[in-house]
Design a protein around this ligand. Structure first.
Ligand SMILES: Cc1ncc(COP(=O)(O)O)c(C=O)c1O
Length: 399
């Protein structure tokens, strides 16, 4: 039998650490490794497998589209791209769309859009205010926009024009605004930063401030979009509308696809400003069209909201019972358990041994982001394993 882990260590660049498992197949919320061991997947490709694994709607759409048309060029019209674009505009508060291939690329495009808007509409303003602990991707501009220093330091010099403030602190954001500010870029709930949910009044206050200051509000919904937080887009939770929104992950349940949407007033790209060979190709956008249509038709955001209420109550129960868990936070099907110490990796490895995949989003926090199709039985099964592991790792008697 091939030792795949040896192959990886021999030929791959060392960009990240992997869990000691080689996955070969998935179905619904389950995945199987090369030895046939079955796992319950509460990570879902980092909150990407919105419809779980091998969903028939997606598998059939992909097979059909692969037999029909995989790639042309954005020099020509293709129907799946137009259908998905129309669907996204119809179901969001935004007016225009651009398709990319990854979350980072979508944010890169949003940064360019904001800079062009600033140049044309605000006397050359180019600064973008971002949040500490925010995450927007791994390109040069998006690591600069992200709020974690260790992602940036090895790659200096970084592009200028990004300012960072603490998340959920409206006064800090106000103080960082000046005549050079063209946009604010925030996640409505910070995902990679540890599932940080802002206070209810934070984003409405940011929205009001941006309006007063003539600054664009750009929301990165790469992780929170498509029902993840219990509404189709997380901005709906806060009763606001962004000027620009970026999307990826759940849009096509794992097929690489991303989008930037903008209100008409700031959709300032003109021909030649931006482009991508693969962006919006028929294969990916057909996948996206069928997935998004399914999410809407099956009311998966509402289901995620109900699952979120259930998880909240169950996770608070775990918090009450175990010393190791100091708090829980999240919305819909995106949650984190805060640990009293840096035991996240240990929890993840022990869960894996017992057939549950979770993620240590921070050294001291464990993230749960199962597919939107997860059943109550599967939630219960995963929570039972998780609680057992947390109790064992915590080593302390119940509170
Ligand atoms: C909020 C957010 N933005 C952007 C990204 C980057 O997306 P990608 O890895 O597809 O480039 C991520 C990835 O985790 C994310 O969570």
């Amino acid at each position: 039998m091939t030792d795949w882990r040896e192959v990886e260590s021999r030929v791959f660049m060392k960009t990240g650490r992997r869990l000691p498992v080689v996955l070969v197949r998935g179905e619904g919320c389950r995945v199987w490794d090369e030895d046939g061991k079955r796992y319950l997947d509460f990570f879902g490709g980092t909150a990407t497998a919105s419809l779980g694994h091998s969903h028939p709607v997606l598998a059939e759409a992909l097979a059909d589209q692969a037999r029909t048309l995989i790639i042309t060029s954005n020099l020509m019209y293709t129907i799946p791209q137009l259908q998905l674009g129309e669907l996204l505009v119809e179901h969001s508060c935004l007016d225009r769309v651009y398709f990319a291939n990854s979350g980072a690329e979508a944010n890169e495009a949003a940064v360019k859009l904001a800079r062009k808007w600033g140049r044309e509409r605000k006397d050359g303003a180019y600064e973008i205010i971002c949040a500490l602990d925010g995450f927007h991707g791994r390109t040069l501009a998006t690591i600069t926009a992200s709020g974690t220093d260790r992602y940036k330091e090895p790659f200096a010099p970084l592009p200028p024009g990004f300012v960072h403030v603490p998340y959920n602190d409206i006064e800090a954001l106000k103080n960082a605004t000046n005549e050079q500010t063209c946009a604010v870029l925030l996640e409505p709930v910070q995902g990679e930063g540890g599932v940080n949910v802002p206070d209810d009044d934070y984003l409405p206050a940011v929205r009001r401030w941006c309006d007063e200051q003539n600054v664009l509000l750009m929301l990165d919904e790469v992780q929170t979009g498509f029902g993840r937080c219990g509404t189709l887009f997380a901005y709906e939770l806060f009763g606001i509308e962004p000027d620009v929104m970026t999307l990826a992950k759940g849009i096509a349940s794992g097929v690489p696809l991303a989008a930037v949407l903008a209100k008409e007033h700031c959709a300032v790209f003109t021909p030649g400003d931006h482009g991508s060979t693969y962006g919006g190709n028929p294969l990916a956008t057909r996948a996206g069209y069928e997935v998004v249509k399914h999410i809407i038709e099956q009311r998966l955001p509402e289901k995620a909201a109900a699952d979120g209420d259930y998880l909240e109550q169950r996770l608070h129960g775990i918090e009450d019972r175990l010393e190791l868990v100091t708090s829980v936070r999240g919305a819909g099907l995106l949650w984190a358990l805060q640990l009293s110490r840096e035991a996240g990796e240990q929890v993840v490895l022990r869960c894996l041994e017992r057939g549950l995949i979770v993620n240590n989003v921070r050294p001291d926090a464990v993230r749960l982001c199962p597919p939107l199709i997860v059943s109550r039985e599967e939630l219960d099964e995963g929570l039972a394993v998780l609680e057992e592991v947390l109790a064992e790792v915590g080593g302390a008697p119940a509170k």
